[in-house]
Ligand binder design. Sequence first.
Ligand SMILES: Cc1cc2nc3c(=O)[nH]c(=O)nc-3n(C[C@H](O)[C@H](O)[C@H](O)COP(=O)(O)O)c2cc1C
Length: 215
Amino acid sequence: MENKQFTLEDQSLLEELLLHRRDVRGNNFLSDPISDEIIDKLLQAASMAPSVGFSQPWEFVLIRDAEIKQQVADNFAAENKKAANAFSDDKQQRYQQLKLEGILEAPLNIAVFYKPSVKPVLGQNSMLEAGEYSVVCAIQNIWLMARAMNIGLGWVSILNPEEIKQILNAPTENKLVAYLCLGYVKTFYDRPELEKKRWEKRKTIRSVVYSEGYP
Ligand SMILES: Cc1cc2nc3c(=O)[nH]c(=O)nc-3n(C[C@H](O)[C@H](O)[C@H](O)COP(=O)(O)O)c2cc1C
């Protein structure tokens, strides 16, 4: 249908989805499998994302195999050890208590890749990163569609991308953009877990908006 108009009710539904979308980690995943039909819906949502020059430069690897997940989880453990060292004493201790992934607990993992185009892409000359930004748009679509189906998603970035590529036998030119963990959840928190645990606070919008340039 062309020129579809949305109602105020539709708007508030989107607001609710945005408000209740959460990053879900291993302490909150249930083991119930996600059906192929639902996975298909999530991937359809990804494919509706905007992309530079309509290049659709995304590729997805679905992972349910326990052994592959274990290899990824081992990689997380090694990277997370290094990440903890970036913080000093007290914060390091608090960091170590955080659960920052759900690789083994989530029944479905999805590795999301950026596949650079071999041909020139309309609009991707001056800002090459626009290709990777497009992949992030697809990830956000999956995140919101998952939430609409009451499925939790956690984004894991504490991984060595080259080692994950090797584990998944990914083509050399592909770039790992995200590693996602998906599953039904025990509880969707009402606030970011990192806020509940007093690691970070939400910024006010006023503190990040400038008018007509930076002062
Ligand atoms: C690019 C990106 C990478 C992230 N990587 C991780 C991660 O490695 N581990 C983790 O626990 N959360 C990760 N997150 C989730 C954020 O911590 C989370 O989005 C933030 O704390 C706000 O919480 P919310 O998503 O529940 O609103 C990542 C989120 C983004 C967008």
